[in-house]
Design a protein around this ligand. Structure first.
Ligand code: NAD
Length: 243
C-alpha cells in the first residue's frame, strides 16, 4: 500500500511514518506546511492520510476526490463548513473519518452508548477529557464523538451540553451533559464518561499512553478503505463494532 501523508512533520505524522513501516506500507509522498504535492503524486498513491490542521483537510479531500484516491482523516476541529466540503468529496471517494483511531476508544464509544441506554436519566452524564498543553481545539474530537453517542442514546442534542461551568450557574438540570476540557503537560489523551446516580456512580475511562495506538489504527483504516464505495466511514465500520 502506497500512502500520501499530509502533516508528516507533526507528532502524529511522525507516528504514522513509524506505523506504516511496521505495517509494511510505503509512505510514497509526504507534505507539510509550505510544501505541495502534484495531482500525479496523489494519483500514484493508494490512499492519503491527513493529520494536519482543520483548515487544510477540505482542499486535500477535494484533490483526493479528483484523483480518485481514498482518504483517511485524523485531523480534528473542523468547522461546519469544512465538514460539509469533506462530505461533498465523500460522494466521489471513500473516506474514513474518525476523531480517534484507537481500538480502545472505539470500544469505549460502544460501551458508553450501551451504558447511556441501560442507566436511566436519573444517572446524570458528565464528560471529562485531558490532553497535552499543545492541543489547539477543545473539546477533543474524541469527546465530541462521546457526546454524540450519549446524546443519541438519550434522545438529546448539542443544546444539552454545558461546557466548563463557572459562576452562579444554578442547580444542574437532569438532562444536561457537563463537558470539561483539561489541558497540561504531555498527556496523550484521557477521556472519562461519568454516570452519576443517587448513591452510585459508573465511570468509563480510556487513557492513551502513546500516539502509536492512533497511528496503528489509522494505517489499519487506510488498508481497510481500499476498494470501498464512496461514503464517510467511522472506525466502528472499520472494526466491525455492531450497534
Ligand atoms: P502537530 O501540530 O504536531 O502536527 C500538525 C502538522 O500539520 C504540523 O507538522 C504542521 O506543520 C502540519 N500542517 C499545518 N498546516 C499544514 C498544511 N497547510 N499542509 C500540510 N501540513 C500542515 O499536531 P498533531 O498532534 O500531530 O495532531 C494533528 C491533528 O491530528 C490534530 O487535529 C489532532 O487533534 C489530530 N489527532 C487526531 C487523532 C485521531 O486519532 N484522530 C489522534 C491524535 C491527534
Amino acid at each position: 500500500m502506497k500512502i500520501l501523508l499530509n502533516g508528516y512533520k507533526g507528532r502524529m505524522g511522525q507516528a504514522i511514518l513509524a506505523a506504516a513501516q511496521t505495517a509494511g506500507a510505503e509512505v510514497a509522498a509526504k507534505c507539510d506546511v509550505g510544501e505541495t504535492f502534484t495531482p500525479e503524486a496523489l494519483s500514484a498513491c493508494d490512499v492519503a492520510i491527513d493529520f494536519s490542521f482543520h483548515e487544510v483537510t477540505p482542499a486535500l479531500a477535494e484533490a483526493c476526490a479528483e484523483a480518485g484516491t481514498p482518504l483517511v482523516i485524523g485531523t480534528t476541529g473542523h468547522t461546519a463548513e469544512e465538514r460539509s466540503l469533506i462530505e461533498t468529496a465523500a460522494k466521489k471517494i471513500p473516506i474514513v473519518w474518525a476523531g480517534n483511531y484507537s481500538v480502545g476508544v472505539n470500544v469505549l464509544n460502544w460501551l458508553v452508548g450501551k451504558a447511556a441506554k441501560l442507566l436511566d436519566s436519573s444517572f446524570e452524564i458528565e464528560v471529562v477529557e485531558m490532553h497535552h498543553r499543545h492541543k489547539k481545539d477543545a473539546p477533543s474530537g474524541t469527546a465530541e464523538k462521546l457526546l454524540a453517542v450519549v446524546e443519541a442514546a438519550r434522545g438529546l442534542d448539542k443544546s444539552a451540553e454545558r461546557h466548563g461551568r463557572s459562576g452562579l450557574v444554578g442547580e444542574r438540570s437532569r438532562d444536561e451533559i457537563g463537558v470539561h476540557a483539561l489541558r497540561g503537560g504531555s498527556v496523550v489523551g484521557d477521556h472519562t464518561v461519568i454516570f452519576a446516580g443517587e448513591g452510585e456512580r459508573v465511570e468509563l475511562t480510556h487513557k492513551a499512553e502513546s500516539r502509536a495506538i492512533f497511528a496503528n489504527g489509522a494505517v489499519h483504516a487506510a488498508n481497510w478503505v481500499l476498494g470501498k464505495p464512496p461514503a464517510v466511514y467511522g472506525m466502528d465500520a472499520v472494526l466491525g463494532l455492531e450497534n
